[in-house]
Design a protein around this ligand. Structure first.
Ligand code: NI
Length: 300
């Protein structure tokens, strides 16, 4: 009897234990399911709380970044100041750019003219001769030689009569006659005229409309002093850029003074040229000039 009861208790215990085990498993599963659900809900809620580009109604803030290229810096060597622009060298052929002086000889041709031409040739100087028509007609050879050796020729009246003592028509006829004598002797046409004594007026100038009156701004006074040292001093010290220097082909001392004058002017940087070469363009008639442009700078 007791054993029967024990068996039933055991059986009951077994059943109870089975029931008890089945109940624990279900509760565990329910708990896990609940935990997962809570976790999922939590994740969903957390997701909804986060700002999202896709879900946010506010436009995403934009930011513009300006990028300026950095200047290229030569780190190898510091920048050096740009050098001063170098002006081009002066044109040695233009008396507007280099200082020029024109040597002129009046009153020839004379017995001294061949020696004068020899000296100019030796010194390699081109000069300008203002000749008397009467002397040209009587002694054409030095005039022809002067032209052949590159010197410039002009008239100085027929026989050194002052133009102011003649009517304009007479003075101009005298000048034309002299120009024809030069043409006949040397084969060159000249429109240059040096009035004797440097005397002229507007009526004469305009009457001789085909002539350019060439005066001077430096007088060596060779006709007065006949002194080589004084002639040389005037010839070297007095000229400025563009100067026209008055000398005479009838003064022996002038021939002797010439080498010193040429050397002195060249040492000061002057280029020695003919009267026309003082100007970049051909000399226009119906004007009186005392010098060329003062614009040249010494070349030496
Ligand atoms: Ni004269």
């Amino acid at each position: 009897m007791v054993s029967a009861i024990d068996d039933r208790v055991k059986e009951s215990s077994v059943d109870l234990s089975r029931d008890s085990g089945r109940g624990n498993w279900g509760a565990w599963r329910a708990s896990v399911s609940l935990a997962i659900g809570v976790l999922v809900l939590g994740l969903v809620a957390f997701k909804l709380m986060l700002p999202s580009e896709a879900t946010s109604s506010q436009p995403a803030p934009t930011r513009t970044v300006f990028v300026t290229p950095a200047p290229e810096v030569n780190k190898a060597a510091p920048p050096s100041p740009s050098p001063e622009p170098v002006p081009p060298p002066p044109n040695p052929e233009s008396c507007a750019e280099v200082a020029c002086v024109a040597l002129t000889f009046d009153d020839g041709p004379s017995a001294y003219t061949p020696a004068l031409l020899d000296k100019l040739k030796e010194l390699e100087v081109k000069a300008t001769f203002f000749d008397l028509g009467q002397s040209v007609a009587n002694n054409p050879e030095p005039v022809k030689r002067a032209a052949e050796e590159g010197h410039e020729l002009g008239g100085h009246s027929w026989n050194h009569t002052s133009m102011a003592k003649q009517t304009p028509e007479q003075a101009c006829a005298d000048a034309d006659r002299t120009a024809r004598a030069i043409r006949d002797a040397a084969g060159v046409e000249t429109s240059l005229l040096r009035p004797p004594y440097g005397t002229w007026n507007d009526a004469i100038l305009h009457a001789c409309a085909n002539k350019t009156f060439v005066l001077w701004d430096v007088d060596t006074l060779d006709w007065s002093t006949h002194d080589v040292a004084k002639i040389t001093a005037h010839g070297v010290d007095d000229p400025k850029p563009g100067s026209i220097v008055l000398m005479h082909g009838t003064v022996a001392e002038t021939v002797d003074a010439l080498p010193g004058i040429v050397a002195g002017l060249r040492a000061k940087g002057y280029k020695l040229v003919t009267v026309s070469e003082l100007f970049d363009s051909p000399l226009a008639p119906d004007q009186a000039i005392y010098s060329g442009p003062r614009t040249g700078v010494p070349a030496g």
